[in-house]
Design a binder for this molecule. Structure first.
Ligand SMILES: [Zn+2]
Length: 366
């Protein structure tokens, strides 16, 4: 469950988190503050309503705010006044993306045909745009289900045993629980592309499933992966972005949190079982190493998750939230938040492990 773009973070919805102003537009885009990006671009357009570049950027921001109809309206208005071949291809690609999300696949297909025609005649699209076109071509017949917090897209060959509305309800419930634990008040919808299996995902995306594009509030997974992990990457990134920050630059902080909040008993059972086994063999990594800035480790998910569980069980979620928000800025973040250094917390963690042993029989396959 690797994150595809570790440095990209999520966004907040304007009005749900109080944030200081004064960031440049590109910094807002980098943090994924799309509502703020859209507001600023809309103000720019008042002065120069025919600036096609600004309209395109605004249409993209609206799409990422999940305001698909507004995005389509902006793009459709542009089409009639624009002649350049590159721009026509770009506009129709975005129109196709918006109309696919508005459940108008036939129109989206016609837009894609315009894009293909334009590129065959020499119109230039960036590498990223060509990848988006390929992805849309592969998913344009997919089904769509909208829930409280999710725009769910799934393939036509989804087995009948998969009850998408029921699954969406569980995802919404996890979103609310995890947002509450983390103190993130974001109100938005995450796009979730569900695949029948890893092979299907790999054939379309070129990589294994189970990853989040937090900056674009989008996750990619199979129906059979747990419903909490990837969305928690997006939710926890909201929290950082709301405070104008990047999420902690440490893999165990991120993956440990998402493993703990996966809401999958099997995953959490494995997390504790594996950590106990390492503890018994005296092979546990030092937390000072695992949680050092920039560190990636095969222990990030399970041992990282067990340590985050120890921290939150012992000291509560408010402190962990403080740690999350200050981690990148402090030379000794654990000491700053918990009043004791990471080595002392590590010793407490070992004591907690020896007291919190779970019977192995309780860890059963899902
Ligand atoms: Zn992950």
């Amino acid at each position: 469950m690797m994150i595809a773009n570790l440095l990209l973070v999520g966004a907040i919805v304007a009005g749900t988190e109080q944030v200081p102003s004064g960031l440049t537009l590109s910094r807002c885009e980098e943090l994924g503050l799309w509502e703020e990006v859209a507001e600023r671009l809309a103000r720019e357009l008042v002065n120069d309503p025919d600036d096609a570049g600004t309209v395109l950027k605004l249409a993209r921001a609206k799409m990422l705010c999940r305001q698909y109809r507004q995005s389509e309206t902006l793009l459709a208005g542009l089409r009639t006044t624009t002649q350049g071949a590159d721009l026509v291809a770009r506009i129709h690609l975005m129109l196709a993306e918006a109309r696919f999300r508005l459940d108008r696949s036939r129109e989206a297909e016609r837009d894609l045909a315009v894009v293909l025609n334009a590129t065959q005649k020499g119109a230039h699209l960036s590498r990223l745009e060509r990848e988006r076109m390929k992805f849309l071509e592969a998913t344009i017949q997919w089904r769509h289900h909208r829930s409280k917090y999710f725009e769910i897209f799934y393939p036509p060959d989804t087995p009948r045993t998969v009850d998408v509305p029921e699954l969406a309800g569980r995802m919404d419930s996890i979103f609310e629980t995890n947002s509450m634990l983390l103190g993130s008040h974001a109100r938005t919808r995450i796009e979730c592309f569900f695949f029948v299996n890893n092979e299907q995902g790999k054939s379309i995306l070129g990589q294994d499933l189970g990853f989040a594009w937090c900056n674009e509030r989008r996750i990619f997974q199979s129906f059979y992966q747990n419903l909490g992990h990837e969305q928690t990457h997006v939710i926890s990134a909201y929290l950082s972005a709301a405070h104008r920050k990047h999420r902690p630059r440490n893999q165990a902080m991120n993956e440990g949190l998402c493993t703990l909040l996966s809401h999958a008993a099997y995953q959490r059972g494995l997390m504790l079982r594996c950590t106990h086994e390492l503890f018994d063999k005296e092979q546990l990594p030092a937390m000072a190493e695992l949680f050092a800035p920039g560190v990636k480790s095969p222990h990030a998910y399970r041992v990282g998750g067990a340590f985050v569980q120890f921290l939150t069980d012992t000291y509560g979620w408010d402190r962990f939230r403080q740690l999350w928000l200050t981690y990148n800025e402090q030379a000794a973040p654990f000491e700053a938040v918990y009043g004791k250094g990471i080595n002392l917390l590590d010793a407490e963690f070992k004591g907690w492990l020896s007291r919190s042993r779970i019977p192995l029989a309780n860890v059963t396959a899902p």
